[in-house]
Write a protein that binds this ligand. Structure first.
Ligand code: FAD
Ligand code: NAD
Length: 478
């Protein structure tokens, strides 16, 4: 007889593993099946986020920023160093060690919560059971039964026909995090989140970086005033970002890659040593569902779900990057936890309107809620307050005065509708506003909240005051 569970989760990334843990906390018998394969053939839980995404990229961003600061900033503070040298092997070993610690932690959490962590490839069969193909021996298959199945298969990088990955010259974001030599000339296709973060890493470590972006507008999904200021900052750092540049082909040789692209001025060529293609990610749902199952996928491969992540089949759920919505780890996790609670009969819901976005460049970019462009398009009356970091005491002490906080509130109700931050640790600062928006706070609520002095958060306080033209440390233009 096949082994049976209350819940089987397929995928052990930030959508799947929290779903499994919460389901077990809810007293259910749970298995989490995961097939992540590292470059050395080993397995680890944690999916893209822990193994090849959020965590290793932030480790490299932090280390490369240290190197950059040691070279260009410490002298300003009166800290003199001898010759600053890059030890990329140590930097990479640190990155790998952080990943190992965190992915190993998930295996421990599974043990602690009584989740059966299974290494293998899971497939939902049309009769609702789950087939597991062994991780080490694909000829070995096992059938499991479950009352509920949660599909959390995640996503994979989009591959361009004109520039297919070869793992050497033309690489994806995972490979780009693990380079053991700084490329002299680095090309990046796509000035999205990955292009900017990884472009920043290798630029700080010494590469000449050129990013080709098909769209005319930089960071088209962000508030455009913020995007324009960010573009100026990145330009000052020497990141070459070519907008409206559509790649048409890439030819590799033993020593370089010749990238051809088109923009409004015509056809061009760019010769680089490595080319990162970061043009988005796609759901990883091939072979996940047996043909004949009523679970539906859209034309791009996303599993179709409702607001509570239910698929068309009763007791089959899908969460994270393999369903609609932003491809973000925290969105994935909250969906996983919500589903585990719904399965246990608890009340749970997601607030899709209040999901923070963070881009870990320097200055950092973070926002929550609507952009000014969206408010205009939706004819929502709004008022706005904006405060720069330049006069903020803490930002000055940190030598990090670029950027601003912009708050948008409803013209009549004063409810905060969106906040956009370009500046130091914007990704941390945004948490206050996420909470505020979750509680449907008004700009006045932030105005009347005491913010420590000196702190970066005072810029948020001032921006809230600015919404009603009452800034203390800035000029209020009526
Ligand atoms: P995944 O993390 O992709 O996990 C899915 C898991 O399921 C994988 O282990 C996969 O091997 C496994 N799997 C798939 N199919 C099967 C199957 N049939 N059987 C068994 N196992 C299967 N997001 C942020 O919020 N913040 C960041 O800073 C951030 N940085 C990023 C940086 C990079 C370079 C990249 C690439 C992504 C980044 N992301 C970031 C996005 C984030 O990684 C994803 O949104 C998140 O990992 C999605 O979680 P998931 O669990 O849905 O999918
Ligand atoms: P993205 O969607 O952020 O950016 C892709 C960019 O490539 C877009 O600007 C697009 O216009 C451009 N593009 C597409 N086709 C092109 C072409 N042929 N030529 C030139 N430009 C082209 O995707 P990404 O940067 O690959 O990231 C994938 C996902 O991972 C995103 O959804 C993101 O949310 C997530 N992620 C998040 C973080 C974070 O939260 N800090 C970090 C990294 C990745």
């Amino acid at each position: 007889m096949s082994k049976s569970y209350d819940v089987i989760v397929i995928g052990g990334g930030p959508a799947g593993y929290p779903a499994a843990i919460r389901a077990a906390q809810n007293g259910l018998k749970v298995a989490c099946i995961d097939a992540w394969k590292n470059f050395d053939g080993s397995h680890s839980f944690g999916g893209t986020c822990l193994n090849a995404g959020c965590i290793p990229s932030k480790a490299m961003l932090e280390s490369s920023e240290m190197f950059h600061k040691a070279q260009h900033e410490l002298a300003t503070h009166g800290v003199k160093l001898g010759k600053v040298e890059l030890d990329l092997a140590t930097m990479q070993a640190r990155r790998a060690s952080i990943v190992k610690q965190l992915t190993g932690g998930i295996a421990q959490l599974f043990k602690g919560n009584g989740v059966d962590g299974i290494r293998g490839f899971g497939r939902l069969l049309k009769d609702g059971r789950v087939e597991v193909t062994d991780f080490d021996d694909p000829s070995r298959k096992e059938i499991l039964e479950a009352k509920h199945v949660v599909l959390a298969a995640g996503s994979q990088p989009v591959e361009l026909k004109a520039a297919p990955f070869d793992g050497d010259r033309i690489i994806d974001s995972w490979k780009a995090l693990e380079l053991n030599e700084v490329p002299k000339r680095l090309g990046v296709i796509g000035a999205g989140v990955i292009g900017l973060e990884l472009g920043s890493v290798w630029k700080r470590l010494g590469a000449e970086v050129t990013i080709l972006e098909a769209q005319e507008n930089f960071l088209f999904m962000a508030d455009q005033e913020l995007a324009r200021t960010a573009a100026r900052e990145f330009k000052k750092q020497g990141l070459e970002i070519k907008l409206g540049a559509m790649m048409t082909g890439a030819k590799t040789s033993k020593k370089d890659v010749t990238v051809s692209y088109k923009d409004k001025d015509g056809e061009h060529e760019l010769v680089v040593d490595k080319l990162i293609v970061a043009v988005g990610r796609r759901p990883y749902t091939e072979n996940l569902i047996e043909e004949g199952s009523a679970v539906e996928r859209d034309e791009r491969g996303f599993i179709k779900v409702d607001d509570e992540c239910r698929t068309a089949v009763k007791n089959v759920w899908a969460v994270g990057d393999c369903v609609r919505g932003p491809m973000l780890a925290h969105k994935a996790t909250e969906e996983g936890v919500m589903v585990a609670d719904l399965i246990a009969g608890k009340i749970a819901e997601m607030n899709y309107d209040v999901i923070p976005s963070v881009i870990y460049t320097n200055p950092e970019i973070a926002w929550v809620g609507k952009t000014e462009e969206q408010l205009k398009k939706e004819n929502i009356p709004y008022k706005s307050g904006k405060f720069p970091f330049a006069p903020n005491g803490r930002a000055k002490a940190m030598e990090a005065t670029a950027g601003f906080v912009k708050m948008l509130a409803h013209q009549e109700t004063d409810e905060i509708l969106g906040v956009h931050i370009l500046g130091p640790v914007a990704g941390e600062l945004i948490a206050e506003l996420v909470l505020a928006m979750e509680f449907r706070a008004s700009a006045e609520d932030i105005q009347r909240t005491i913010h420590a002095h000196p702190s970066l958060a005072e810029a948020i306080h001032e921006a809230a005051l600015g919404v009603d033209k009452m800034m203390i440390h800035g000029v209020n233009r009526k």
